[in-house]
Design a protein around this ligand. Structure first.
Ligand code: ADP
Ligand code: MG
Length: 700
């Protein structure tokens, strides 16, 4: 049986087949339900009136009351323009029409009270309102739209066919009046009662036709809650389902190697955050359930060490581990630091990347298969390769470009026996709200503390006029023995042009610092050349490294203490933060210098100011999400979770999200398959939702 909301939109009075087609094509609105869930993006408060003396050009919309005392036309034909002088008791303002001049002349009356509504602008130093809405008091009262006017996003194609925001508003009002008593509740009563939520029907009515701000707030809350709640319910059910389906290896004991490393080889105390995370991991791997844990920690917070100790834990319980890095350079670096840590322990570590020679590869394969090699480090090629482990118990993924829920699912589905435990590490902090959604099916650990003794990086923002001082400063630092990165952004669409930019930068820096050896690294170089250039910098042979963002990822040169970022306004916040993380790795005070042109947008200004203000990656991620919106953040597209949020905003609705997750979790713990009568409506709701990445029909 089709419900009220399933009806074809063309049957809504006033719509008809032509507009139905346009709505479907432009906004994907095909049914009554699609329309009523097409929410306004803003409301304009038509209860507020301004005095003409208060009006200035920066105001978004104004409403004023008064009368026209004179009208005038200028020009002829289609160039004709009508201007009217509009007065209240505080002054006058100009109203202008470029279109439908004739119609206005016939209908507007002098010395009659009108309500003028429009956007003020400035022209030749005078304030005017172009194409205002003109209404009498009676007309305004008769308006069905209510005093808060809802505004909807429309497209160019719709505007051409006169299907405007106003038109949509009219359709919505028709729809909600027809819908009275016909919209079924989609949340169980025990939730609406407990959280004092307004009914779905009420919420949908109010959202399109609010009478006051309190009602609107309640309606929005209800709709946001439901949207986030359904997502959380899906994700948590997915997790639940997985935990039921897959057993996990049990790492029962903390054994010889772990203990020996901890007491004799660890060169420093673990930070409290590292200890806490290790505890969380140990709990996970000792439950007979597969671990799926995300380890978040800012650059330099010591994630590698945590990974290493987890691998020792696996080893002590008779399991092999592997650790995957996104690039060859990083895999090598991990191999190096893990080997250094383990030096003297008598544990062999393997390295397998794209450039491992065939003969070495063969030896590695055999050792892995025979169970002679316990720890393997490599690139992603590692999983695709024909590597057969004897007994793989743990996979560590050092992941810059995040895996989505769906991709992760593949990883463990590869194995139809017991899948290995998975630890995903990310150095790009993401806001908690986003983590709960993108990584909602994982358990999350956070290292929120840097090892002691690190000096926070000092960050400064300079305009072009200070370049000389900046160069002097660079020179001083080099005289103290430090090394320097200078990073150029990708500016043009074409790689050739970018290379030219970079090469110019290289020449420029070489000329400015004749005393120093300057190196260069960029994405178009062959891996060997890149590696070569990096090695020279690492060994201190080159003192300045001119680079593109290829050095963004994990490269470790402790003696580099200055990061100069050219045209910093062109970089995103998380990129700036990643770049800055390349310095501050040694004992010396490090600096990040952001160079920008004078003319930068407000948003760029905020980004740079945020960088200067804080070193905290999580705070930066929050600002980033607020500035850009979560949809633009890396990782959300491939998340595999329906991210098409209609009303909730992950940047702003963190509290509601948390509530939604708690409620979902509570319900699932008492009724994992939603079989209770009181939750029946929820199961129906889930089955009906469109983006169905989880097959709900399979469980009932
Ligand atoms: P991440 O991978 O989180 O960016 P690393 O694991 O590379 O960070 O650690 C950064 C540096 O800090 C390394 O040189 C590492 O040896 C060191 N380090 C890690 N843990 C500690 C600690 N508890 N105390 C002091 N130094 C530490
Ligand atoms: Mg690292």
């Amino acid at each position: 049986m089709t419900g009220f909301l399933d009806q074809d939109i063309k049957f809504l009075p006033g719509v008809g087949p032509k507009r139905a087609e346009l709505l479907a094509k432009e906004l994907n609105i095909k049914t009554f339900g699609d329309l009523v869930y097409y929410f306004p993006y803003k409301y304009i408060d038509r209860t507020k009136f301004y005095k003409i003396s208060e009006v200035h050009a920066q105001m978004p919309h104004i409403q004023i009351k008064g009368e026209i005392r004179s009208m005038d036309t200028v020009g002829t034909g289609h160039k004709q323009r009508l201007t009217a002088r509009f007065y209240d008791d505080t002054g006058s303002i100009e109203l202008v029409w470029f279109q439908s001049v004739k119609w206005q002349l016939e209908h507007l009356e002098l010395n009659k009270e009108y309500i003028v509504f429009g956007k003020p602008s400035e022209f030749n130093g005078r304030i005017n309102v172009v194409h205002p809405e003109m209404e009498t008091e009676e007309e305004k009262q008769l308006k069905p739209a209510g005093l808060f006017q809802a505004h909807y996003v429309t497209t160019e194609n719709m505007k051409k066919k006169y299907l405007l925001s106003k038109t949509i508003n009219k359709f919505q009002l028709t729809l909600i009046s027809l819908a009275k008593g016909k919209i079924k509740e989609t949340l169980p009563e025990h939730i609406t009662r407990k959280l004092k939520l307004v009914s779905l029907e009420e919420a949908l009515t109010i959202i399109h036709k609010p009478e006051n701000t309190i009602d609107l707030k309640n309606a929005r809350f209800r709709l946001k809650f439901e949207e986030l709640f359904i997502i959380q319910l899906k994700i948590l059910a997915l997790k639940h389902n997985r935990e039921n389906k897959f057993k996990g290896f049990r790492f029962e004991k903390v054994g010889f190697n772990f203990n020996k490393f901890y007491s004799d080889f660890l060169p420093f105390e673990l930070t409290n955050a590292q200890k806490k995370v290790l505890k969380e991991i140990r709990r996970d791997v000792n439950r007979n359930v597969q671990m799926n844990r995300l380890l978040q920690g800012d650059v330099g917070s010591g994630k590698t060490l945590v990974a290493l100790m987890t691998m020792l834990l696996a080893m002590d319980n008779g399991f092999q581990s592997c650790m995957m890095a996104p690039t060859e350079i990083l895999a090598q670096q991990h191999f190096q630091s893990v080997s250094n840590f383990l030096n003297g322990m008598g544990i062999e570590v393997g390295l397998l990347t794209g450039s491992t020679k065939a003969s070495e590869r063969k030896v590695l394969h055999e050792a892995l298969e025979a169970g002679k090699l316990q720890i393997l480090i490599g690139t992603h090629a590692l999983i695709e390769d024909v590597v057969n482990f004897q007994n793989l118990g743990l996979v560590v993924i050092d992941e810059q470009h995040r895996f989505g829920v769906a991709q992760r699912a593949k990883l463990w589905q590869k194995n139809d026996l017991i899948p290995p435990h998975v630890l995903v590490m990310t150095a790009t902090p993401i806001p908690r709200t986003l983590a709960m959604t993108v990584y909602g099916d994982l358990d999350v650990s956070v290292i929120d503390e840097l090892p002691p003794g690190r000096k926070p990086i000092e960050t400064h923002h300079f305009f072009e006029n200070r370049r000389k001082q900046v160069y002097n400063f660079m020179r001083q630092q080099m005289e103290k023995g430090r090394q320097i990165y200078v990073v150029y952004p990708l500016i043009s669409e074409s790689e050739k042009m970018d290379l030219k930019n970079l090469e110019e930068g290289f020449r420029h820096i070489s000329e400015a610092f004749p005393e120093a050896k300057v190196g260069m690294v960029h994405g178009r170089m062959k891996p060997v050349q890149k590696e070569n250039a990096m090695q020279k910098f690492k060994q201190g042979e080159t003192r300045i490294m001119v680079a593109t963002t290829v050095i963004e990822v994990g490269v470790d040169v402790p003696n580099a203490s200055v990061m100069v970022i050219e045209s910093a306004e062109r970089f995103g916040l998380s990129q700036l933060h990643q770049l800055r993380g390349r310095v501050g790795r040694g004992a010396e005070q490090s600096y990040c210098i952001l160079m920008s042109s004078y003319k930068i947008s407000n948003e760029s200004r905020k980004r740079l100011a945020t960088m200067v203000r804080t070193n905290d990656g999580f705070e930066i991620a929050e600002v980033d999400m607020k500035l850009r919106g979560p949809g633009d953040l890396e990782g959300t597209q491939q998340s595999g979770v329906g991210f098409d949020l209609k009303i909730a905003n992950l940047g702003k609705d963190g509290e509601i999200l948390k509530l939604a997750r708690d409620v979902a979790s509570e319900i699932l713990s008492g009724d994992p398959f939603l079989q209770k009568e009181e939750n029946r409506v929820l199961l129906e709701n889930l089955k009906a939702t469109k983006q169905n990445e989880f097959d709900w029909s399979s469980i009932s």
